[in-house]
Structure formats: structure tokens, C-alpha cells
Design a protein around this ligand. Structure first.
Ligand code: CTP
Length: 409
């Protein structure tokens, strides 16, 4: 399912607070309307200092709401709260986050948030000092513990010219979290009772006490697989080098090196029904690791590399009947043939191959394009799509493999 079909026909309330990032809500509202959603926008009184009501009314599916009192309907907050399939607040100020966490309804937006049972996505935007304040962080963790989805702010230039964490997340990141928030409602629990283990991120191999040999993996594809599996009801263990914001149903194990990843996965592999090795594991590591920090006056360090163990191949050797093992392959040529070779050599059920030489594909990008090569079926090609969509297609193939294996065991 594409993201646009997820939003199609949905009643989405977009809350806009008073911050300079309010202008970015224009892009989000336009995206959602184009994707087929009915968008009702609520502006807080302060938001009107930053963006015109006329602009947002022109883009939304109904006139913008600003107050509990001047709306045609007598109780707009309960109408909007009950009708909503999803509420997203972008940008969310420290005040809004604090009121929502405390359950204080001081305007139409907070009243609607308290009146709804729909999933809520909060997208904070504020200065770094405010974002890092202990009160704001406490309120964010309160909201998270209640199941509110948070799209964390990004690093970048802030109003006033300074640079730091606090900038509203990019629209595609907000859309990705909104997609996740809608998924549990749509989820069919098709992986419920299954233990899915996912690895994510690039390993970092120490050179000395301060330097590492790393790669460009962001961990986004593996994290998307973990979230998608949890939304299908699986119990997920995520072994990752890149911390992911907490999500229900997912236990995280933080690792750094290939060896730590291997130790973590080998402990839980016997209990896993599905293992997805999305991590970019270093193929080589420095040996020996220099004691302390290599000093410049000692000259250029002679870095010698040794091969790391192939974790996936090791898992292929101990695969138990009924278990589905999935690898990833980053290729630059002969995509399917190379992936097929790896699938056979490592005793996999599926391998997700991507051509990382293409634009917008793979490492660091928000999008991916893959061919899923199976030990049982014809390859499935998924054209350029968000990593969330790719994750769903990978899990479709995983479920097919699980059924196939169960029928034959
Ligand atoms: N992998 C692993 N352990 C390693 C290296 C890779 O488990 N030391 C896993 C990755 O997580 C991925 C898959 O193996 O799922 C593909 O790895 P890749 O490096 O592309 O394959 P190789 O067989 O090492 O082939 P090459 O690097 O020559 O393309």
C-alpha cells in the first residue's frame, strides 16, 4: 500500500501552533489533501501571528478553525476529535506540549487533543534550549508513554540564525510517522505471536580509543522494518547501532561493532521466527586496536584490517526449521544475479537487493527501490518508495515465506 492510499479518505486534523515553522504546515496540508485526505486545520491564536488564516483555509478541505467560540458548530472540539482518524500537530510549541501532557485544555487545539481517541502525532519545533529543557523532555516522555507519536525535531538553522536541534522535522519524516500511526489501526495482526529480530545501522569498528571505521548506513530501513513488524503484531527485538525513538512492541539492543552485533543476535536467534539482517555490517575491522589515542607525532598509523565474521552466513548455518532468514544486499551491478548468489551461499529465504548507485536509493536516503529475491518465488520489484513502504513489502514476502515453510514442515 502506498502512503497516499493510507491517507485516502481519512479525516485528518492538522494543528498549527505559533512558531516560525508554522509556514511549513502549508506543505504538509497540501501533501495530505493531494493524498486524498479530508484535512481540517486548527490554528492556535498565536499561529495567526506567523501565517494567514486565508492561506490555510484555501489549502484545507474546510475553513480553518481557530477558537472554541466562533465556530459554526457549538462544540467544535468534540466534533473534530471524534471525526478524526489522525491528529498531527506541526509545529508543536513547548506550551502546546506542556498543556497536552498536563491534560489542560486552554484553546481549541488542546481541547480537541483531549477529546480524541484517534492516534496523535506531535512534531515539536522550538529553540534548542527550550527543546533540551528538562520540563519539555519530561512532557515529551509523558506523551510517548501514553502512545503519542513524536516526530523529533532536526538539527539545522533556527529562527534568529543560530544552528542547533529544534527545527521542525521535514515533511517526509512527518508523513512517515503519520503512516506508522495509522498502521496499527489497519494492521491485521498477521505477525502476532511471532518473534521478529531486526538488525539496523552501520557497525563502527575502533581504530584506536577515539577513531572508528564506519559506513554511511543511517539505520532507517531497518528501523522501518522493525516498526512495520510491530504494527503487524510481532514481538520485535531491534539490534541497532543507531538509537530509534521508543515504540511499543519493540525491545532495543544497542551495539556498536560487528562482534557485539554477532553476540547479541546469536543469543536470541534460536527463539526468532524471522531474522532480518538490514544492518550494514563492516566486512573488515582494524587489528590490533591501538592502545589509547594514536598521536600525530607518531606519524600516519599503519592500519591493518582483518575480515569480520559474516553474521548472516553464520545464522544461515544454524537456521532452525520454520525460521525465515532475510538478508540485504547493496549492489552496484548485476543486482538480481549477485543477490541470488548471496541468497544461496548464505542459506537465506529472502534477500532484499538495492542498486545503491541509483539516485535516492539506499544509504542515508529517505527512499529506497529494491528487488526482493526469494528462495521460493519470482523476484518482486518495488519501485522508488519511502522506506516504510519498502518495509511493508519486505514483510509481505516474509509472511509468504513463513506460510510456505510451515506448509512444508
Ligand atoms: N552481513 C553480515 N556480516 C557481515 C557482512 C554482511 O551479516 N560481516 C550481512 C548484511 O547484514 C547483509 C548481507 O550480509 O544482510 C549482505 O552483505 P554484503 O556485504 O552485501 O554481502 P557479501 O556477501 O559480503 O558480498 P560483497 O560485500 O562482496 O558484495
Amino acid at each position: 500500500m502506498t502512503e497516499s492510499s493510507i491517507f485516502s479518505g481519512k479525516f485528518i486534523v492538522v494543528g498549527v501552533c505559533g512558531g516560525i515553522a508554522a509556514y511549513k504546515s502549508v506543505e504538509l496540508i497540501r501533501y495530505l489533501v493531494d493524498a486524498g485526505a479530508h484535512v481540517a486545520t486548527i490554528m492556535t491564536p498565536d499561529a495567526e501571528h506567523f501565517i494567514g488564516k486565508t492561506t490555510l483555509t484555501a489549502l484545507s478541505s474546510e475553513p480553518v478553525h481557530t477558537s472554541l467560540w466562533d465556530d459554526q458548530s457549538v462544540i467544535p472540539h468534540t466534533r473534530l476529535g471524534q471525526k478524526a482518524d489522525l491528529i498531527v500537530v506541526a509545529p508543536a510549541t513547548a506550551r502546546l506540549i506542556g498543556s497536552y501532557a498536563a491534560g489542560i485544555s486552554s484553546d481549541l487545539l488542546t481541547a480537541t487533543l483531549i477529546a480524541t481517541r484517534a492516534p496523535v502525532v506531535v512534531c515539536p519545533a522550538m529553540h534548542t534550549e527550550m527543546w533540551e529543557h528538562v520540563a519539555v523532555q519530561h512532557n515529551i516522555s509523558v506523551l510517548r508513554s501514553r502512545g503519542v507519536f513524536i516526530t523529533p525535531p532536526e538539527e539545522g538553522r533556527l529562527a534568529g540564525g543560530d544552528v542547533g536541534k529544534g527545527r521542525l522535522a521535514a515533511t517526509h519524516s512527518i508523513v512517515e510517522v503519520m503512516t506508522q500511526a495509522l498502521q496499527p489501526q489497519m494492521g491485521n495482526g498477521s505477525l502476532s505471536g511471532k518473534h521478529v529480530v531486526v538488525t539496523a545501522g552501520g557497525t563502527r569498528e575502533p581504530i584506536d580509543a577515539v577513531r572508528v571505521l564506519a559506513n554511511r548506513s543511517s539505520g532507517k530501513q531497518g528501523h522501518a522494518v522493525a516498526r512495520a513488524a510491530a504494527s503487524r503484531g510481532a514481538l520485535v527485538t531491534l539490534i541497532t547501532t543507531v538509537e530509534m525513538s521508543p515504540a511499543s512492541g519493540i525491545t532495543q539492543v544497542q551495539v556498536e561493532t560487528a562482534q557485539q552485533m554477532q553476540e547479541a543476535i546469536e543469543k536470541i536467534a534460536p527463539s526468532a521466527d524471522v531474522i532480518v539482517m538490514a544492518a550494514a555490517v563492516a566486512d573488515f575491522r582494524p587489528v590490533p586496536i591501538a592502545d589509547g589515542k594514536w598521536k600525530k607525532e607518531d606519524g600516519v598509523p599503519p592500519i591493518v584490517l582483518e575480515a569480520t565474521p559474516d553474521i548472516l552466513a553464520g545464522l544461515g548455518k544454524i537456521k532452525r526449521p520454520g525460521q525465515v532468514l532475510v538478508g540485504f544486499a547493496a549492489e552496484t551491478s548485476n543486482l538480481v544475479a549477485n543477490a541470488q548468489g548471496k541468497l544461496e551461499r548464505k542459506n537465506l529465504d529472502l534477500i532484499v537487493a538495492n542498486d545503491v548507485s541509483l539516485p535516492e536509493v539506499g544509504f542515508g536516503h529517505e527512499t529506497n527501490a529494491v528487488t526482493i529475491v526469494s528462495a521460493y518465488d519470482e523476484p518482486v520489484t518495488v519501485d522508488l518508495a519511502s522506506k516504510t513502504t519498502i518495509a511493508q513489502r519486505v514483510l509481505d514476502s516474509v509472511e509468504k515465506s513463513l506460510h510456505r515453510i510451515q506448509e512444508h514442515t
